[in-house]
Design a protein around this ligand. Structure first.
Ligand code: C2G
Length: 132
């Protein structure tokens, strides 16, 4: 069984996220999503999520491509994650291109997929704000 992992916040879930998750699943048989916790988002990414961790986890678990959701609590956990979960492939959107190439040293295939243009959680929040 080929295992794939990806990481992210996935707030205000949208079709850009779904495009990423669908293509990530196509690269294997089992897709793990390491979902940024509220603390990690705030402390490390200065992101204030609309949906909290449990709500974002519930949404991800409802997606047919997703087999397991685990918490992302630190930048450093990727190496132990891929080792402990015996991951074959690591996938991220290409806004992260090159940032996680060190995982090659763990025998993991590292793939950066093209982002879906024109959509982002930030853009959604801005557009909604402009409406009101
Ligand atoms: N994404 C995409 N197209 C978009 C928006 C997002 O392909 N229009 C991808 C991102 O490239 C990422 C994933 O969807 O691979 C999740 O995006 P975010 O929730 O914004 O994740 P991010 O904040 O980049 O967190 O340790 C890694 C970080 O946790 C990644």
């Amino acid at each position: 069984m080929k295992k794939v992992i990806t990481y992210g916040t996935f707030d205000l879930l949208h079709y850009g996220h779904i495009n990423l998750l669908r293509r990530a699943k196509e690269m294997g048989d089992y897709l793990i999503v390491a979902l940024s916790t509220d603390e990690f988002n705030w402390n490390e990414k200065h992101k204030k999520c609309y949906f909290n961790y449990e709500q974002r986890k519930q949404l991800l678990e409802a997606i047919r491509y997703v087999d397991l959701v685990i918490p992302e609590k630190s930048w450093e956990q990727k190496i132990s994650d891929v080792q402990e979960l015996r991951v074959d492939t690591f996938v991220m959107g290409d806004d992260w291109k090159g940032k996680f190439d060190f995982l090659h040293n763990e025998g993991v295939q590292v793939v950066y997929l093209s982002r879906t243009p024109e959509i982002s959680t930030t853009q959604i929040k801005k557009d909604l704000n402009d409406i009101n």
